[in-house]
Design a protein around this ligand. Structure first.
Ligand code: SAM
Length: 326
């Protein structure tokens, strides 16, 4: 009995995950423009591909943010002081190491709570942190950001990390309510450390999402491969192309999958089929770029006051320490 129950529970959770994916794809394919939620890019293979993206020469974001964190970790620790680090969309947690080391140099009692929808990325990150820093108490949360917010009051006082410019994946309509929910779930005086990719040469930005090795293209196509595997979608992947364009007027990269031939996309768990015509685009991700001078008033309007701003020499990436007022 004891061994059967957890398995049944696991199976039910896996089925629920697939249904959640199916419903989201169904809604997204009927939207105008057709849009898939970017969180589904990160299954085990997607996270592995994202890790490869971060090592591409064109992808300046990760190495620039890592260099800023390396240089500022102690100052961040001194300004925030919380013993619990909570990370939204933690991925491989590699950059967090700079902060954990700074925290451990002062404290032996450090708790790290990585939150990520990708179970495999979370498990891998946990193994590596436990090996490198046995003194850190790791409490993983395999769930969506918003689900995790419910646990935040109990984690306060905390420093919440939102790195990698993941905040740029929210559009102008979605970001204020997301940040408001995050703000409201944090304790008074809690800190938020955000990583923001800044506006720069369009050529540099566009190259980052069109690496010559084609890893970002594989990352985009993996979402459709995942649909084939989990939803029986029957998509011919050689007739789908990655497209990433920087729109300077909107200060954002738009990543689409372009169908080069008309195809029927099936969502088996829901018994639906959608026809995507030749030349049609399906949006898979947006990556907004920020300007500090407009970002700070916006963050303040949500209730976050900037305490410290750290950037690299070229001012390509900003790491901003914010505090919830009150
Ligand atoms: C752009 S990667 C950044 C990873 C890491 N923070 C970094 O800076 O390299 C985004 C991460 O957030 C996770 N993620 C995306 N959407 C999510 C959501 N709605 N809830 C929880 N995690 C999410 C992904 O699985 C992925 O690991």
């Amino acid at each position: 009995m004891r061994t059967v129950q957890p398995l049944a529970k696991h199976d039910r959770a896996a089925k629920e995950d697939i249904l959640d994916f199916a419903r989201s794809v169904s809604t997204g394919l009927q939207a105008i423009p057709r849009t898939l939620q970017s969180r589904f890019l990160y299954d085990a293979r997607g996270s592995m591909l994202f890790e490869q993206i971060t090592r591409q020469p064109e992808y300046y974001l990760t190495r620039t943010e890592a260099s800023v964190l390396a240089a500022s970790a102690r100052a961040i620790r001194e300004s925030s002081g919380a013993a619990t680090l909570v990370e939204l969309g933690s991925g491989n947690s590699e950059k967090t190491d700079h902060l954990l080391r700074a925290w451990l140099s002062r404290d032996t009692n450090v708790t790290y709570v990585p939150i990520d929808v990708c179970r495999s990325a979370l498990a891998k990150a946990e193994r590596s942190i436990v090996l490198r820093h046995p003194a850190v108490q790791v409490q993983t949360m395999n769930m969506d950001y918003r689900q995790a917010f419910k646990a935040f009051p109990a984690l306060s006082p905390a420093l919440v990390l939102f790195l990698g410019s993941s905040i740029g994946n929210f559009d102008e309509e979605g970001l204020p309510s997301f940040l408001q929910e995050l703000h409201d779930s944090m304790g008074p005086g809690d800190f938020l450390l955000g990583g923001f990719d800044l506006v720069k040469s369009p050529r540099v930005i566009e190259a980052a999402y069109n690496d010559t090795a084609g890893v970002t293209a594989r990352f985009t196509l993996n979402l459709f491969d995942r649909m084939n595997r989990e939803l029986g979608s029957g998509i011919q992947l050689d007739r789908v192309q990655h497209s990433a364009k920087y729109l300077a007027d909107r200060e954002r990269v738009e990543i689409d999958a372009v169908f080069t031939a008309t195809q029927n996309v099936t969502i088996k768990p829901l018994g639906e089929t959608h026809t995507i015509h030749q030349g049609e685009r399906i949006r898979t991700e947006i990556c907004r770029k920020f300007r500090i001078e407009t970002l700070l008033p916006f963050l303040e309007s949500v209730g976050f006051r900037a305490r410290r701003i750290f950037t690299d020499k070229q001012q390509w990436f900003a790491v901003i320490l914010l505090q919830k007022e009150g």
